[in-house]
Design a binder for this molecule. Structure first.
Ligand SMILES: *[C@@H]1O[C@H](CO)[C@@H](O)[C@H](O)[C@H]1NC(C)=O
Length: 190
């Protein structure tokens, strides 16, 4: 009898069975048949710019009577403005907190970028102060810090390398230097 047990042990060892692993397996609990409920909250994202065939050309997003598109191409303020004009548009002029939020959400690439990759908007300092290139009144501003010496404005649609909290805000930028992107706006088709 003892010899048989010993023999069985030898065989088991020879074929590489791990007897302890087999014992462990036997005592493993079966998986639970019911799962704990998952709780979640739906956050209303608020107004958004949307695709709208008919009102806006392909690639442009519709919001409140306008079509918007962000172009990623490095150029100065006036080059960007000319590019928008060539598309039957203008650099975007932002009239409210809501429009600002809508554009930030629409064009946020979720990338962390440098200051020079942010987007031109149509705000430019003139003799009489800051003015939108389309002549609309400056009813709303969202400066990260009050501008000092520069004459044009960038809109932070993406996270900045160092200042994520500034996303959605604006910063003065030298008009004659290149910025990496710009946002054009044009009137939507009725
Ligand atoms: C903008 O940059 C150019 C070239 O670097 C410089 O000559 C000019 O003085 C700058 N303008 C302002 C307003 O900072």
């Amino acid at each position: 009898m003892l010899f048989k047990v010993f023999l069985a042990f030898l065989v088991a060892a020879a074929v590489g069975l791990d007897l302890n692993a087999i014992k462990r397996q036997k005592t493993t609990e079966p998986p639970p048949t019911t799962l704990a409920p998952i709780s979640y909250t739906i956050v209303d994202p608020g107004p958004q710019a949307v695709k709208c065939d008919g009102a806006c050309p392909t690639g442009w997003l519709y919001y409140s009577g306008s079509c918007y598109r962000k172009y990623s191409s490095s150029m100065t303020f006036s080059e960007a403005q000319n590019s928008c004009v060539g598309l039957g548009a203008k650099l975007a002029s932002i009239q409210s907190q809501e429009e600002n939020d809508v554009l930030r959400k629409a064009f946020d690439s979720n990338n962390v970028v440098t200051l020079k990759e942010q987007a031109w908007i149509g705000l430019k300092k003139q003799a009489g102060g800051w003015a939108w290139t389309d002549g609309s009144p400056v009813a709303f501003t969202e400066w990260a810090a009050e501008p000092t010496t520069k004459n044009c404005a960038l809109f932070f649609v993406d996270s900045l390398t160092t200042y994520d909290y500034q996303r959605g805000l604006w910063k003065e930028f030298n008009c004659t230097q290149d910025a990496g992107s710009y946002i054009c706006e044009k009137v939507a088709a009725a």
